[in-house]
Design a protein around this ligand. Sequence first.
Ligand code: FE
Length: 431
Amino acid sequence: MRLPDPHGAHWQQYLCDACGYIYDEALGDPDGGLPPGTRYADIPDDWVCPLCGVTKADFTLYQAPCLDTLKAQARATAWTPPAAPGRAAPGVVIVGAGRAGWTLAEALRTRDAQVPITLVTACTGDVYDKPLLSVALARRIALAALVKETGAAAARRLNLQLWAHTHAIGIHAPGRQLRTTRGTLAYAQLVLAHGAEAALPAPLSASTCWRINHLDAYQRLRAAIDGRSQALVVIGAGLIGAELANDLALGGHRVTLLDTQATPLARWQDQGAGAQVLAAWQALPIRFLGNTQVTQVTQVLRQDTAQGPRYRVRTACGQDLEADQVIAATGLQAPSRLAESAGLAWDQGIAVDAQTLQTSQAGIYALGDCITVAGQASRFIEPITRQAQTLAAALCGGDPLPYQNRPAVVRVKTTSCPLTLHGVPLEPCRP
Ligand code: FE
């Protein structure tokens, strides 16, 4: 709800330079402790961006472009129809249309209006903020409102070719070709931005567990749970598991949250994160079971088949938990198939140069959740914009803009108890 300004002055908006989030003074950031009507100048220095975790120092005054400016931009980047598969001019080919892929496309187009860009994605390419999937129920964000811009609209705006619903299946590095399910694409430079997949360690399986790492999976989960309070088991109480459990409980569901560690958010044990969220959850229908290993998840029959399947989660200590849905939040792992096809150096992810983000093959770069620097991933939002700037400078022939790899600051979006965690170690990769 926008409040009237008691001083008669206009509310201002401020843009997060790291992730594009817009702080609106009229709306504030209630989840982050800023009530509506909080002026930017009054934001405490330790407040952090709700999406990416940077502080207010990384925000700049934002003025929405006027209609004339938008029309001029549209004329400058006049839409050209996509070339048929296999006949696209070599240019920059990006694999992946998540935040990393789109942020790079924006950065490239900002520097160079002409360079051919082709973006290949297995999904629709719709643009959305993944962190909002963890807070959509609490903030009552409609599913349709999660999409900021359709993939097709973003492609027109950036004058790039979007190959949606297209799987990249192999790289022929010497010939600079990418094989896809729609044909072969020649590239001058290839950028892998396909992210990481939700890991599913045994005994968990895709037939019994949801994995929420993309908008489409989240939409399907919501379709399965909306309209009726359900018993949900969330396996894994790291950042994503804790945020999801919090949001699902606020959405009216009964959540059992399991982890092999004694507390949630065990990576931040030194900052007391687990104890803080457990205290905040006392008023919510969340039951946390620590030191708990899952040994089996099975589907069980129920008499009313209209309600869909039901699941039984067995733990190492012999406990059986009944659930309408089981959600695995057991870490991320980068898929290796594309990298292997090109013989790229691999170190728990695509190994890239710490400053240039180039892989071990000339002409192939990578950014985002699929990369590791010195064997470590940093699967947060804030580094992505800086990585995209580094690559855009290199790919457009500008002055080098070396990437600086540094630990991220994380805002834990457990809306019952928002936490900002500092000095976080770079995320260890999980097998
Ligand atoms: Fe941000």
